[in-house]
Ligand binder design. Structure first.
Ligand code: AMP
Length: 509
């Protein structure tokens, strides 16, 4: 089954329902959205793209996002959406990794991508005449036949190796994901979804459930958090639901511009993607009330779908386990099994800390061209998340740490290794280690410990060196220069010791 048939059926039954809106303006109904997708699908064929071929998407939030996604599926292609905040070189790497011949881009990214791709992949701006002309070749009237196990989408996630890996989602994976959300969310009834977060990630995945129910996808530009735009959308449409990382929830709480009228038009805030601290959650409850909050825990390898804490499970402040529940990520989502595994793969006891493991149809088929990484991630049918947690006797999961060294800053993943690899290309850097440090605004920020050779570079010089290769949000907040890094008997850098060291006086800056 091609997953696009779900959206085609919804559109056929509701042709006049608004499908896509931009801020406060309805743009396309389901009839127009599907017509655009079907004609674009025919245009994709003229580019030489055949079923199974990958199509890179480097697009900041735009009405065309779902048009391209649907067109790709109608044509039997495998879209590979990229986070628009990545460095062009990182996007070029992913496009090359999956062998994409074409990359659709938005105007903010096009020129830098043209030089980063250097002819290896053809970049087509979605506002160009070239893109418009793709709609002039008739249409593909039905979905290209696909097997449930055929790849439907590549979700690029930076691995512990530092290089992004493409998690392969099949037509079955995506179908299971959207059905699980329809079953659990208690939303997608008469609410609209507002995309203020990048559509290439959780927000776009949630949008598929709204497309399946022919609801309105209201799109905001990616970029700065803008309460004014949120208010305009809420007043134009309402009730609105949206995905937000904890950093954005905190900003919504603090924003006076999000007043009672706007709050009254919010149906659900699906928050997750990074740890939500208890104090922040209590403030969010004070502003929005529990009935609007829905905690979501997932990862790119099982998108949005591991556990959840919906309003009815928050409990009441008088419950003995109230705080424990609030601090948890809730219980297993519909259609997946969740367990806490010991290192040997056996199931941990109640309240024992181990690695969170997941089983079910939402699991990726594996990583694109990375059999070893796939075997490491999926063992005996269980996806090992790299997150450490415990489960209480009622099945509530509380995350305690990440076994991987990933840093989550403002909801975006930063892998220390990718920063370390670039730092090590500086001629005066002999050794380095990057770890995360708590940050009240972003949750975490990277800091770097550097051992130099020859002349010690200034932090500014290292920053400039990094920015030539990596996205801005990955730059370390501080550099600490050491004469040597703490190491284990096996010569491995002991990041735990660095964490303990923090920024105390033994560190020279
Ligand atoms: P990604 O693959 O980009 O979606 O990142 C997934 C990782 O983000 C997970 O493995 C967790 O470490 C973290 N994460 C996602 N949701 C939550 C949450 N609700 N609470 C804490 N950490 C989370």
């Amino acid at each position: 089954m091609n997953v696009v048939t779900v959206f085609m059926a919804a559109a056929r039954a509701n042709p006049d329902a608004t499908a896509i809106s931009w801020i406060d303006r309805p743009l396309w109904n389901y009839r127009s959205l599907m017509e655009r997708a079907a004609t674009l699908a025919a245009g994709l064929r003229t580019l030489g793209l055949e079923p199974g071929d990958r199509l890179a998407m480097a697009m900041s939030n735009t009405p065309a996002y779902f048009e391209v996604l649907l067109a790709a599926w109608i044509a039997g292609l495998v879209p590979a959406p990229q986070n628009c905040r990545l460095h062009p070189a990182e996007i070029a790497f992913a496009a090359g990794d999956c062998g994409a011949k074409i990359c659709f881009s938005t105007e903010d990214l096009t020129s830098s991508l043209l030089s980063a791709m250097a002819g290896t992949c053809r970049v087509i701006d979605i506002d160009s005449a070239e893109f418009a002309a793709l709609h002039g070749h008739g249409e593909i009237s039905g979905a290209t036949v696909r097997k449930p196990t055929d790849p439907a989408l590549l979700f690029y996630t930076s691995g512990t190796t530092g290089k992004p890996k493409g998690a392969i989602h099949t037509h079955r994976t995506l179908g299971a994901m959207l059905v699980s959300f329809l079953a659990d969310s208690g939303a997608v009834v008469d609410d609209h979804i507002l995309h203020m977060a990048p559509m290439s990630h959780a927000s776009g995945f949630l949008g598929l459930s709204y497309l399946a129910r022919a609801r309105n996808n209201v799109i905001l530009p990616t970029g700065a958090f803008d309460p004014d735009l949120i208010q305009r959308a809420a007043l134009a449409f309402g009730p609105l639901s949206f995905f937000a990382v904890p950093t954005i929830v905190r900003r919504l709480v603090l924003s006076d511009a999000i007043g009672a009228e706007t709050v009254g038009r919010i149906h659900r805030i699906f928050f997750g993607g990074a740890p939500m601290y208890l104090e922040d959650l209590k403030q969010a409850i004070a502003k929005f009330g529990t009935e609007r909050l829905w905690h979501l825990y997932g990862q790119g390898e099982t998108p949005n779908t591991i556990t959840y804490l919906p309003p009815r499970l928050f409990g009441s402040p008088n419950d003995a386990d109230y705080e424990e529940r609030l601090g948890s990520v809730g219980i297993a989502r519909s259609g997946v099994a969740v367990r806490i595994a010991r290192e040997d793969g056996s199931e941990a006891a109640v309240d024992e800390v181990g690695e969170v493991a997941v089983q079910g149809d939402t699991l990726m088929g594996g990583y694109w061209n990375r059999p070893e990484a796939t075997d490491a991630a999926i063992r005996q049918g269980w996806l090992y998340t790299g997150d450490l947690g415990r489960m209480n006797e009622k099945g509530y999961v509380t995350l305690v740490d990440r076994s991987k060294d990933m840093i989550i800053s403002g909801g975006s993943n930063i892998y220390p290794r990718e920063i370390e690899e670039v730092l090590l290309t500086h001629p005066n850097v002999a050794e380095c280690a990057v770890i995360g440090t708590p940050d009240p605004e972003w949750g975490e920020r990277p800091i770097a410990y550097v051992v130099c050779i020859g002349e010690t570079p200034t932090p500014e010089a290292l920053q400039a060196h990094l920015l030539a290769h990596l996205a801005r949000y990955k730059r370390p907040q501080h550099y600490y220069f050491l004469s040597e890094l703490p190491k284990s008997a096996y010569g491995k850098v002991l990041k735990t010791s660095l964490r303990g060291m923090g920024t105390d006086r033994s560190v020279t800056t």
